[in-house]
Ligand binder design. Structure first.
Ligand SMILES: N[C@@H](CCC(=O)N[C@@H](CS)C(=O)NCC(=O)O)C(=O)O
Length: 306
């Protein structure tokens, strides 16, 4: 049985990014379905408060954020690589575009189109998460044409990239940029009424979209949330403890810290003992009544250590 457990829900776009990465690697994994809104009582013992989706668990190691999840998948399962042709640095840079301006424009189009028809619970939770404390649905409704224009221009970059007949964005082999761009096309097509007509303008993108879809999601098997918690309880966290001596934060191994996503989306701070700090990741260990000792991993980019 694979040790990889993904906590996610089917409609989650960022989870779709990770599911495609699992498909590119052809991995077996266990699938725990989590609620779409807090409280997430079977996730909190693992993450210590991080509420976003997806989260990956391997024993008593918990990986928050798709950036951290994908980095760990690549480390544990290097072949086939998500970075064919040595594209790693650039591909991470691409993720700051897709998960930043492109993601925001797609969410703005969804909010702008569905406006006051969005379920109240969804609108208030995700409105704040993605547009901040002062978000205003009427501004997003008026902004719909602009949001669509923003998405249309950015999606055309994907189409242009495919102009030389390449199968995937890096060449003949699929890689991280395919997962990054695909999940937003999937999200846009599935949620925005105006999307199919805009995507029809981009035939190379549509043919590539089919190719990425046919890569699949690897081989998931369902797992009950309670069983995932038992697995964490019965495992020990594996962390190679160290602090990067050149890290500008000048933190000390073992001190108590909090980790929180950037922005004013109202995300809780996760607190614990600093166990590892590298250029790319921060790991804290914490104790929980239900699962015992766990190590919670976060990326550095997009997160603050406080
Ligand atoms: N930077 C995070 C973003 C994750 C994110 O915002 N996920 C959305 C769902 S796709 C979310 O958490 N929504 C609120 C929720 O699921 O409670 C990542 O890359 O994993």
């Amino acid at each position: 049985m694979s040790e990889v457990i993904l906590h996610h829900y089917p409609q989650s776009p960022v989870s779709e990014k990770v599911r495609v990465a699992l498909g590119i690697k052809g991995l077996d994994w266990q699938s725990v379905q989590i609620p779409r809104y807090p409280p997430k009582p079977d996730l909190m013992p693992l993450t210590g408060g991080y509420r976003r989706t997806p989260v990956m668990q391997i024993g008593a190691n918990v990986y928050c954020d798709s950036q951290c999840i994908i980095g760990e998948l690549e480390r544990r399962f290097p072949e086939p690589s998500l970075f064919p042709g040595g594209s790693a640095g650039l591909a991470w840079g691409v993720s700051r575009w897709t998960d930043g301006p492109l993601f925001t424009a797609v969410v703005a189009a969804i909010f702008g189109e569905q406006g006051h028809d969005l379920p109240e619970e969804f609108a208030s939770d995700r409105g704040r998460l993605y547009f901040g404390r002062d978000y205003n649905i009427d501004v997003l409704i008026r902004g719909l044409p602009d949001a669509l224009a923003q998405v249309r221009a950015q999606l055309s970059w994907i189409d242009q990239r495919l102009a030389d007949g390449r199968r995937f964005l890096l060449g003949p082999q699929p890689g991280l940029p395919d997962a990054l761009c695909y999940y937003l096309v999937w999200f846009f097509r599935g949620r925005v009424g105006a999307a199919p007509a805009l995507l029809d303008e981009l035939p190379r993108l549509e043919a590539w979209e089919q190719r990425v879809a046919s890569l699949g999601h690897g081989r998931p098997v369902d797992l009950a949330a309670d069983q995932a918690l038992d697995i964490a309880r019965d495992s020990q966290p594996e962390v190679s403890e160290s602090i990067d001596a050149a890290d500008p934060l000048r933190r000390t191994l073992g001190e108590t810290v909090g980790v929180v996503p950037d922005g004013d989306g109202g995300d809780p701070t996760v607190r614990g003992r600093l166990a590892r700090l590298t250029r790319d990741t921060v790991v804290i260990t914490r104790h929980d009544e239900r699962v015992g000792d766990v190590a919670v991993h976060f990326p550095r980019v997009g997160y603050r250590v406080v």
